[in-house]
Design a protein around this ligand. Sequence first.
Ligand SMILES: [Zn+2]
Length: 329
Amino acid sequence: MGEDIAVTNFREYLRIKTVHPDPDYETAIEWLKKQAVDLNLEFNIVRFEPPNEFAVWLTWRGTNQSLKSILLNSHIDVVPVDPSQWNYDPFGAEKTPNGNIYARGSQDMKCVGVQYLEAIRKLKATGFVPLRNVHVSFVPDEEVGGFKGMNCFVKTPEFEALRVGFALDEGIANPDDSYHLFYGERAIWQFRVTAKGQTGHASILHENTAAEKIHKVINRLLSLRESEKARLKSLENPDLGDVTSVNMTMLGGGLQANVVPPELSAVFDIRITPHWTLDSMKKLLDETCANAGSDVTYKYIQHSNITAQTPVDDSNVWWTVFKGVTDEL
Ligand SMILES: [Zn+2]
């Protein structure tokens, strides 16, 4: 028996090197065009200035154009790889005898894009025609903030014209047969803390150094990390969304080994649980920097202020329908 077309498509998609920092988006766009032809879907693309910024969406027309549409979104890009840490070619999409497929982006999130397309293929094969328009969007640059992808797309008249009423986006892959539904997202704050201080020869114990200051910031934020880690372990049903994650992801600064540096920096990635207010996090951050000494500042790299969650009760007609179907399944 030959390989299922869903698997073949998936492996083809994985072999396209849409990897940062220089993703091959044009090959992916061509591949999506081919999918649109195969599935008899409308292929749409909007390009922004400068090139390499775009959004693609495939449209399955419903029978009632006056109704709001459904948007199924996934991102095309994948995070960088260190091939020396891999047992397989990260862009080979090799399949082992037990059916496992290895490639960067297999979970995050090319599997989802392919699943949307395969769901449409299967529904079409049964003769099903949707009531509403269904749009399957494929966007670039999600892994670096979405500034060149979804961020531009949502501001276009083309997006407005889709009249989206309900959207499914990224979740987290599950290793078993359960389907986890995510109806909210933690607010992402990525920021660089910079500490400036007295410079000089490293044989002397200067006052007011950048290292002493950044040390205080790192200590405070990593102690928050510890307490949130402990809290996660103590929860009856541990779920990352219930806690705030804190990670220090980059360190920078320094001139040479015997020079006390005028400036040191640390980058943090913090994902704030919807159970906390963003104001409380802002206060903690401001106080942490103020307590670390003079000339300690921070600058956002990414800063989300979205705390809204999808209501999962009877007030939300979309949710009621969605839940009804999954309950039946
Ligand atoms: Zn992702």
